[in-house]
Design a binder for this molecule. Structure first.
Ligand code: THU
Length: 139
């Protein structure tokens, strides 16, 4: 029987199969759980102009933002590549996730999984992005 964390990581792994990553061949999937239990996924979308590439977490957050559900984000799983090292959100994605965290007044739980499926580690966003700048600072 799969627990909730394993299910979220599994959703991220499935999402990664839909990445468009012909330049890096590094397939990343993100799965984001909302307060009502729904899971929204994303995968990285690269571009021939490399610097324009979108990360999996950012794609998932964009989908959520367009449904006006940013404040409902509670938990995130990220998985990538095929190696043994857990994939951790890049700096820009930490900032993108922080927007949802501050709107929902929720310190997000972030599961970082290795592509080989053998390891994952769990962090709070406040540990990955301390002293964050967010919507509350613009008041
Ligand atoms: N990537 C993500 O999708 N999320 C991250 O947090 C780290 C990096 C993607 C961007 C690029 O398409 C590929 O991984 C290699 O950097």
């Amino acid at each position: 029987m799969m627990n909730a964390t394993q299910a979220l990581i599994e959703a991220a792994r499935e999402a990664a199969t839909r990445a468009y990553a012909p330049y890096s061949n590094f397939y990343v999937g993100a799965a984001i759980r909302l307060t009502d239990g729904r899971i929204v996924t994303g995968a990285n979308v690269e571009n021939a102009s490399y610097g324009l590439s979108l990360c999996a977490e950012t794609v998932a957050i964009a989908k959520i933002a367009n449904e006006e559900l940013l404040a409902e984000v509670v938990e995130v799983a990220v998985i990538g590549g095929t190696g043994a090292e857990p994939v951790r959100p890049c700096g820009r994605c930490r900032q993108v996730l922080n927007e949802a965290a501050q709107l929902g007044k929720c310190d997000l739980t972030i599961h970082c999984a290795s592509g080989d499926g053998k390891r994952h580690e769990t962090h709070k966003l406040s540990d990955l992005l301390p002293y964050a700048f967010g919507p509350a600072d613009l008041i």
